[in-house]
Design a protein around this ligand. Structure first.
Ligand SMILES: Cc1cc2nc3c(=O)[nH]c(=O)nc-3n(C[C@H](O)[C@H](O)[C@H](O)COP(=O)(O)OP(=O)(O)OC[C@H]3O[C@@H](n4cnc5c(N)ncnc54)[C@H](O)[C@@H]3O)c2cc1C
Length: 458
């Protein structure tokens, strides 16, 4: 290591791969840390902010205000953004290491887990992620078709992503038209014939992973009533014990909201949102497309706090024309980075990438690719701080890069004809999107094709 690494003569050079929350919190921790650091952030999309742009629901605009914090981070003169550059394709990990002393992966969990049951691949069975990305205008999902002419949709899973998908299906076009939902999605949703949305969870109301504001919203929709079987709210002693724990206050709140839903009698709205507990899909049936879903009735087993759903051998059937699974996400491997197939994350110890438990010098991970798909946006901040702490600790042992120069990276990308997007370019895209939205009474109308984005820059 040169003895001036981390000083203003030779700042530590870090490539951050991914511009979602974990990437920006990592950049912040690096730039405000104990040494001089230059951060170059790469994203495979021309637009920054990861799931804040392409995951967070369009009807929850306040959550997206966090972008203002990321924009401040991007103003730092030691920060550069290279959008529209895919690591592992446009530039390999070993090529990156020529220009950077360390590479920090913040590339999220871009694929989903499957249910692993027969019939899962029938037409009209989708990953919730695909639907989310489509209604949020993600360029990779532009051509997707979702058959909303069906009357009954099922959403498997009870986390907040399942709630987002259900809510978008349950809302009227009027409730969505002033949001930044992609216009192509709004047009299809406006023609929706969906009358029933069934949310299916394998455990009980005391274990559901959704949070109180998300479930409460279903009691306030313009044309949809929440419905549930009061029998599902009968708690076993272990679940009662769980809800009495102060740490489970949000779950207790969920339970109260569900109880209020179950007590409603005047259900006059056009759509119904059915909340099912203690059921697991075991088979999806149909010819040519989904028609039916076979569910096994579960009971809970185990001590309080560790109760698991166990099949009872009794079954139920639900007609269903459209299905979304939302049972977890997985990261996507990048060549040159050890991948933990079981967990779907980059193999790491506290953020240091490891290969068979041996640290790979100079490679780090944060966010969903480090810990898996858990937590809210804010959870990524302490996570990134931890990883950056490890990186700083390792600086004396790092192999320094041979071309410590962002201009050399630019020359490399230009030579490879990679049309990269800077943060200033993104701000141009941003301004045009906002102007397009104003014309429609929306906060923004996103470009849904990469070519459109690149054209807006010119
Ligand atoms: C549908 C959905 C809704 C959510 N809603 C909320 C909410 O309302 N509130 C909340 O607090 N949290 C919400 N979350 C959780 C929150 O979005 C995550 O905690 C957070 O986005 C994880 O951050 P990340 O940086 O690890 O990953 P991401 O946000 O996924 O960012 C990863 C980035 O890496 C880029 N990338 C991937 N591969 C490469 C590559 N090879 N080369 C270059 N770039 C690459 C991607 O394009 C992406 O921009 C939601 C999550 C989902 C899925």
């Amino acid at each position: 290591m040169p003895n001036n690494l981390g000083t203003s003569e030779r700042p530590l050079r870090v490539a951050v791969v991914g511009s979602g929350p974990s990437g920006f919190y990592a950049a912040e921790a690096l730039l405000h840390g104990e040494m001089a650091v230059t951060v170059d952030m790469f994203d495979r999309l021309p637009t920054p902010f990861g799931l804040v742009r392409y995951g967070v629901a369009p009807d929850h605009p306040k959550i997206k205000n966090v972008i203002k914090i990321y924009e401040k981070i991007a103003e730092n003169p030691q920060f550069s953004f290279f959008g529209n550059v895919t690591i592992g394709k446009d530039i390999s990990v070993s090529e990156l290491r020529v220009f950077y002393d360390a590479v920090l992966f913040a590339c999220g969990a871009e694929t989903d887990k499957k249910l692993g049951i027969p019939g899962e691949d029938l037409p009209n069975s989708h990953a919730a992620t695909e639907f989310v990305a489509w209604y949020n205008g993600h360029p990779d999902f532009l051509g997707r078709k979702f058959d909303l002419l069906q009357e009954i949709a099922c959403v498997v899973g009870q986390g907040n992503v399942a709630m987002d998908v259900s809510r978008i299906l349950c809302k009227t076009a009027d409730e969505l038209k002033k949001t930044d939902i992609a216009q192509h999605a709004l047009e299809v949703l406006a023609q929706s014939k969906i009358k029933e949305v069934h949310l299916i969870g394998r455990r009980g109301p005391a274990q559901a992973a959704f949070t109180p504001p998300e479930i409460r919203e279903f009691g306030e929709l313009a044309d949809c009533d929440p419905v549930l079987n009061p029998k599902d709210l009968e708690l076993n002693p272990e679940s009662q014990q769980e809800l009495a724990e102060p740490a489970n206050a949000p779950k207790k709140k969920n339970f109260e909201i569900l109880k209020e839903f179950a007590s409603r009698t005047a259900l006059s709205k056009q759509r119904k949102f059915f909340i099912h507990f203690f059921k697991s899909p075991v088979e999806i049936q149909g010819s040519g497309r989904i028609q039916n879903i076979k569910l096994e009735i579960n009971k809970l087993n185990g001590p309080a706090g560790k109760q698991k759903a166990e099949g009872t051998g009794q079954f139920d059937e639900l007609p269903c024309g459209l299905l979304f699974r939302s049972v977890g996400y997985r990261g996507v491997a990048i060549e040159g980075v050890p991948f933990d197939e079981k967990k779907g994350v980059f193999s790491n110890q506290g953020g240091r990438i490891v290969d068979n438990n041996t640290v790979v010098p100079g490679l780090y991970a944060t966010g969903w690719i480090k810990r898996g798909p858990s937590g809210i946006i804010g959870t990524n901040k302490p996570d990134s701080t931890e990883t950056v702490g490890k990186l700083f600790e390792d600086v004396p042992k790092l192999t320094v890069c041979s071309k410590p120069d962002t201009q050399a990276v630019i020359a490399f990308l230009k030579k490879k004809k990679v049309c990269f997007v800077t943060f200033a370019d993104w701000k141009k895209i941003d301004a045009v999107e906002i102007a397009r939205g104003t014309a429609l009474g929306k906060p923004r109308e996103k470009f849904v094709r990469v070519e459109q984005m690149l054209k807006a820059i010119q």
